[in-house]
Design a protein. Structure first.
Lengths: 90, 472
């Protein structure tokens, strides 16, 4: 029996994650709030901890949690941060 | 060099009538005779017996007899049926007066019911570009489960023939790109929609509705990605309006929200399967629903606009009554609304407002949209009082202006609620445009239904989208 494939037939390339940071001192960590309620509470606490470890932080916010982050925002984070933490909250 | 091809079948009276002429034509011309149903017809000339119908299909024969003139290997003209003047002119021959001037031919066997799809699958496989998967000794109904194509129910195996037949439901090219389907944002063609429509059990005449539904959910304002990914209950609901809903036999009457109607069941399912298979949106994967709802198998019905005293959803949204449309809505399941005592629109409206007040949470405001599905017996109360759909909507929205003190966090001993700072405000349950009313259901039963929507409505989430169904 011959059948036609109903899927997208995508074959994603395997990608290696970037190496983990060895230390936080002097690194710039992006903090991305996805715009869920109380996301700021969570990120404020994470930011305190990062600053205690000598990291610098940059805050970002998605326009709405229901949509993927705009390309420009993702590029800005990738271009200006050594790592990013995304805050899912409710 | 000129060459003639004559396609005939013995079962055609017109072909039988011209049989005696064929040998004469063959003497005067370089003639190739192709017969669909016999190796020996017509008599006295060599015949190519087109038992598989490959030749007839590739020559795109619709009528027999068909006489084709070929020049240097290319077709230059053709005649269908018997037209004495045209045949004489084309062949340079005189035909006897015993023959009529004109006699129509018969249908080619390539156009017998179901045959075109079968022949296209065999002799025009290049029309389809999806990957072909071959299985030996498999239970065909298990393949969909094994490969992850199923929503949990059996799927119809998408053979090339079935997909070809499905594509007969549209004139759009199989390779036409409709959009990118989240969450993988994979390219979606008409062909991929047709394959998933086969899986779902659709008939070809449903395909334009399914294609339109896909186009609608891919509009940015519908926010299909977030709807798929959310932990909330919701999934896409399809409401069909206009003549198409009736011509394909959709149910807008008794049990409209339930089981038992092929079009309702399979159109909604086709959309869900497409999101799963082309978009890659699967429960436990990007679909993070905490509970989901049964409508995520399929949720599709037609509005009963023929018997309604109200203008339809499509007309409210700017389309004419003659236009067929699909409206997509990010919907939860439905909750019943029972009122068997009210005989005035005010009383029944208050019942409806009470039911609408509690969707999501009694304190949730400006979150979910909702569709109120009003059954005929409930509609009659408004009809007899002369209330339009807009009158009812305005009445409900007035009743759904809620004092903030009832909604704030902590009110009624419930932590959930709006910020305390809003206690002096009056807030509407719904955002503007967030409450919609349609009519559907069986003639008996003083019930209506509330279909609540995703907690993220409006510009922060999803708004209902209506699109015209382009037939053909």
């Amino acid at each position: 029996m011959e059948l036609l494939d109903p899927t997208s037939e995508l074959q994603p390339e395997g990608r290696q994650p970037l190496p983990r940071l060895n230390h936080l001192a002097g690194k710039t960590i992006g903090l991305l709030d996805i715009s869920k309620p109380r996301g700021d509470v969570f990120i404020d606490r994470i930011e305190d901890l990062l600053l205690q470890h000598g990291a610098k932080t940059k805050r970002f916010k998605k326009p709405t949690f229901t949509r993927v982050a705009p390309d420009a925002l993702r590029q800005e984070i990738a271009g200006s941060c050594d790592a990013v933490l995304e805050a899912l909250a409710d | 060099m000129t060459e003639l091809r004559l396609v005939m079948k013995q079962g055609c009276e017109t072909c039988l009538m011209i049989e005696p002429l064929v040998a004469e034509i063959a003497e005067a011309h370089n003639l190739e005779v192709i017969c669909q149903d016999s190796p020996d017809f017509p008599a006295d000339v060599p015949v190519i017996f087109d038992k598989s119908l490959e030749q007839s299909f590739k020559l795109d024969i619709e009528i027999v007899p068909t006489l084709i003139v070929m020049r240097d290997g290319e077709e230059s003209s053709r005649i269908f049926g018997w037209d004495k003047t045209a045949w004489s002119a084309m062949l340079g021959l005189e035909f006897g007066t015993n023959l009529p001037e004109f006699r129509p031919g018969c249908g080619s066997m390539t156009h017998d019911p179901g045959r075109q799809a079968q022949l296209a699958a065999l002799f025009a496989p290049e029309r389809l570009s999806s990957r072909r998967l071959t299985f030996d000794h498999s239970d065909e109904l298990e393949i969909g489960y094994d490969l992850g194509w199923s929503d949990g129910l059996p799927v119809v195996p998408p053979t090339p023939e079935r997909v070809m037949r499905m594509l007969e439901g549209t004139h759009r090219e199989p390779g036409e790109v409709i959009g990118r389907v989240p969450p993988d944002y994979a390219v979606c063609t008409v062909e991929k929609i047709a394959i998933n429509a086969v899986l779902a059990g659709c008939l070809p005449e449903y395909l334009p509705v399914v294609i339109t539904a896909v186009e609608a959910v891919l509009e940015d304002q519908f926010c299909m990605h977030g709807l798929l990914a959310t932990t909330y209950f919701s999934g896409p609901l399809l409401i069909v309006n206009g003549p198409v809903s009736r011509s394909i036999g959709m149910n807008s009457g008794g049990n409209a929200l339930g089981q038992g109607n092929r079009a309702n069941a399979t159109i909604g399912r086709a959309l869900q399967l497409l999101i799963r298979n082309v978009g890659g949106g699967k429960p436990g994967g990007v679909d993070r629903a905490a509970l989901g709802n049964p409508g995520k198998y399929t949720f599709c019905f037609a509005e009963d606009e023929v018997n309604s005293c109200w203008e339809s959803l499509a007309v409210e949204r700017g389309f004419s009554k003659e236009t067929s449309t699909v409206t997509v809505f990010a919907a939860d399941g439905m909750q019943g609304l029972v009122d068997q005592k009210s005989r005035t629109p005010e009383s029944l409206g208050r019942s409806m407002a009470s039911g609408l007040r509690v969707i999501g949470h009694p304190k949730m405001v400006m979150g979910s949209d909702a569709f109120l599905v009003v059954s005929p017996e409930h509609e009659r109360v408004f009809r007899e009082a002369g209330w339009s759909k807009q009158d009812l909507k305005s009445f409900l929205l007035d009743l759904l202006m809620i004092p903030g003190e009832e909604l704030i966090q902590g009110a009624d001993g419930i932590a959930e609620g709006v910020p305390v700072g809003l206690s002096n405000k009056t807030l509407c349950k719904f955002r503007p445009e967030g409450l919609n009313i349609v009519r559907a259901g069986g003639r008996a039963g003083l019930f209506s239904a509330i279909i609540a929507g995703w907690g993220a409505s409006g510009s922060m989430g999803s708004v209902p989208v209506t699109r015209e169904i382009v037939l053909g």
